[in-house]
Write a protein that binds this ligand. Structure first.
Ligand SMILES: Cc1ncc(COP(=O)(O)O)c(C=O)c1O
Length: 357
């Protein structure tokens, strides 16, 4: 039976994306690879209509974590100071990275899933001498969409730049590269863009890279990638087949109406699931207005463990996702990314009804 992936990436692939990986074998030092890489870089900027004189997409081989780590290590100046906002696993992961690389930092901590306290953020920014903040756009831990517009207003008034983890939002959620003081934005091929795992990217503000990036890492140095990719090259071997897939996925997305249409489609899927589950007495963790369009978390029905729910749904062709850490005991998560339809979501609701009825 075909399994529909309703976990937050990797996603269910379209046939077109799957077949794109069967294109001819290609050496990453050949001009055909250079063309492929150029095309993808341009299409990644086109998702948010970004002019290439101000912005560049730097593509790396690795998962989303590699993009986030490259962004923090390459875009945080040696003498900079970072404020990391935590309200889930991925904010906390950035703190671990800053610790490992000796980046001067402090945290504004919140328990997982909690709203970012904007007053506390403002008082930190007013007191600290921060140059940058690092924040997760969509905290996939709980499905919370963090309020980037409000955070940006504060950052602008304290002249602080944003390093954004948009691994689970790029391509679907609204991102305002004009109004938000973004220095870098890390994302991946295999979530809202519907490519395969294996390549990730950072959208860098060209002004934020400068001539020299700090010497913290060899492999993840965005400065080196940017220089070579602007000249049609790549410092290291890239995951060629993943590039083929991403190229096709970006074409497919554009033909379907781009980011706005993707957001609309996800919202439609989420609404079907939410209405269906609510009717069965399954409650969401947070209000639709606080959630991303990409993933929602729900309380496990009374008396039903995640394992039993997961296994029963898997047997009916649906892969859902556990809560992280301790949340696994109380929550499950459902994402709407990938090549899935409204009818699939209706079938999912019917599967829940069969299980819970
Ligand atoms: C917001 C966010 N950041 C970072 C990551 C890490 O990505 P990866 O597992 O591809 O390394 C994820 C993965 O789900 C994520 O959702």
């Amino acid at each position: 039976m075909k399994q529909l992936l309703l976990n937050p990436g990797p996603v269910t692939l379209s046939q077109r994306v799957r077949e794109a990986m069967l294109q001819p074998d290609l050496c990453h030092r050949e001009p055909e690879f250079s063309d492929l890489q150029d095309r993808i870089r341009e299409k990644l900027l086109n998702v948010y209509a970004l002019p290439d004189k101000d912005w560049a997409a730097v593509i790396l081989t690795g998962s989303g974590t590699a993009a986030v780590e490259a962004m923090l290590t390459s875009l945080m100046p040696e003498d900079g100071k970072l404020l990391i906002i935590e309200n889930g696993v991925y904010g906390e992961r950035m703190t671990k990275m800053a610790g490992i690389y000796g980046i001067k930092h402090e945290c504004l901590h919140h328990p997982w899933g909690k709203k970012i306290d904007l007053e506390a953020l403002e008082s930190k920014l007013a007191k600290g001498d921060y140059t940058h903040i690092a924040v997760v756009h969509h905290e996939t831990t709980t499905g919370r969409l963090n309020p980037l517009a409000e955070i940006s207003t504060l950052c602008k008034s304290y002249r602080v730049q944003i390093l954004l983890d948009s691994v689970s939002s790029y391509g679907a959620e609204r991102l305002d590269f004009t109004e938000w003081p973004i220095a870098g934005c890390a994302a991946t091929a295999n979530k809202c863009l519907h490519g395969v795992p294996g390549c990730c990217f950072v959208i860098v503000n060209r002004n934020a890279v400068g001539n020299e990036t700090p010497r913290r890492t060899l492999y993840l140095d965005l400065g080196a990638y940017l220089k070579q990719q602007d000249a049609g090259g790549t410092p290291f071997t890239q995951s060629v087949q993943c590039f083929y897939a991403l190229d096709a996925a970006l074409d497919e997305m554009e033909a379907a109406g781009g980011q706005l249409q993707r957001q609309r489609a996800y919202l439609g899927h989420m609404q079907i699931i939410r209405d269906g589950l609510l009717a069965l007495g399954v409650k969401p963790l947070m209000d639709m207005s606080e959630s991303s369009c990409v993933l929602h978390a729900y309380y496990l029905p009374k008396g039903l463990s995640y394992e039993r729910l997961h296994d029963a749904l898997k047997a009916m062709g649906f892969i859902i996702y556990a809560g992280q850490g301790d949340l696994a005991k109380t929550l499950f998560r459902v994402s709407a990314m990938g090549d899935i339809s409204k009818e699939d979501m209706q079938r999912l609701v019917a599967a829940f009804a069969e299980l819970l009825g």
